[in-house]
Design a protein around this ligand. Structure first.
Ligand code: NDP
Length: 306
């Protein structure tokens, strides 16, 4: 069998088009332009790229993008004061602090300080609790983390109704593994969560109708871990040396991105599979934009139509 590729770029493009149309309607019908504030502390080069891309995507969707850059030696209190000011700012509907933050700043303190109603990363304990209690739509519902939402949209787009499917999530981080498991439970899957202490991981994975790999180990999930016909969602982003690509301008070996799934093997067994890159990655920003518009609607008391 050769799996069908799940085209994350296309699905994200469609979602972003829908979001742009919704933003245009919010502007014309309600005089509301959603605003997303992104805060970057320090000079991490990957974080700078992520922040820039989020800003571009926000503007492309017709929303306001505010970017705040603070030096690497920023004190925790200074950052928390900035977040509190953004919490109070009526032009800001969503707040995202780009992680990682420098060592002197507690990630937990940052997450806890962002207003749950503006927490478009969906990491605040109130949002995690709302997600865990199945409160997913309407006023006071969870803002769910973006990458997990993206994973489930991809799986649903590929195979349709997920009810009754056995979903195995490898990874239990607060950012990906746990929330993706909660959202899949909300889709009426039977969910198993695996981690570094799981026994017979291969056997468990082979029992999955939907297999989500969010581990951070390049190509760990082998082809013979995949049940024939399963839907495989690969969250991993890992960089490996790619000697076949030669050297870059600085004379270093070029690299390539690979997922947590051994794609060349799994594609022969799975029914549907996400590529890396071009699978889950593009969905994360699309879902961030979606969370911003949901947050803006709720703050303005406008019914959501997503
Ligand atoms: P974390 O490092 O926070 O979590 C990794 C999880 O994998 C942990 O729960 C860990 O288990 C589990 N794990 C580690 N080793 C094994 C093993 N040998 N067998 C089974 N489970 C194992 O990573 P994240 O959740 O933040 O990210 C996971 C991957 O997703 C990374 O590659 C990351 O780059 C990528 N990612 C991609 C995004 C995107 O937009 N596409 C966004 C976010 C992340 P334990 O808890 O027992 O230690």
């Amino acid at each position: 069998m050769t799996a069908r590729l799940i085209d994350g770029k296309k699905i994200a493009y469609d979602l972003r088009s829908e979001i742009s149309a919704r933003v245009a309607r919010l502007k014309s019908h309600h005089n509301l332009t959603p605003g997303l504030a992104v805060v970057l502390v320090g000079e991490d080069s990957a974080s700078k790229v992520y922040v820039r891309n989020k800003g571009i995507a926000t503007k492309e969707a017709g929303m306001n993008s505010l970017e705040f850059r603070l030096p690497a030696n920023t004190a925790q209190d200074t950052l928390l004061d900035k977040i509190r000011a953004l919490n109070e700012d009526p032009d800001v509907n969503g707040i995202l602090v780009q992680f990682p933050v420098p060592d002197q700043i507690s990630q937990h303190a940052v997450i806890d300080t962002i207003s749950p109603e503006k927490d478009v990363d969906g990491l605040h304990p109130i949002n995690a609790g709302r997600l865990a209690s199945g409160h997913l739509t309407g006023a006071g519902a969870a803002l769910a983390p973006c990458t997990p939402q993206g994973c489930v949209i991809l799986a649903r787009t590929a195979v349709g109704d997920l009810a009754g499917a056995h979903a195995v999530v490898v990874g239990r981080s607060n950012l990906v593994g746990k929330p993706v498991a909660q959202i899949l439970l909300g889709e009426n899957c039977t969910v198993s969560i695996a981690h570094s202490r799981t026994r017979d991981l291969r056997g468990l994975c082979r029992s999955a109708d939907v297999l989500v790999a969010a581990v951070g180990i390049a190509e760990m999930v082998k082809g013979d871990w995949v049940r024939p016909g399963a839907c495989v969602i690969d969250v991993g982003i890992n960089r490996l040396p790619a000697p076949e690509k030669g050297l870059n301008d600085a004379g270093q070996l070029r690299t390539k991105l690979v997922g947590d799934v051994a794609f060349d093997e799994a594609v022969e067994v799975a029914g549907h599979i996400t590529p890396v890159p071009g699978g889950v990655g593009p969905m994360t920003i699309a879902c961030l934009l979606q969370n911003t518009i949901i947050a803006a609607c709720r703050q303005a008391g406008i019914e959501e139509t997503f």
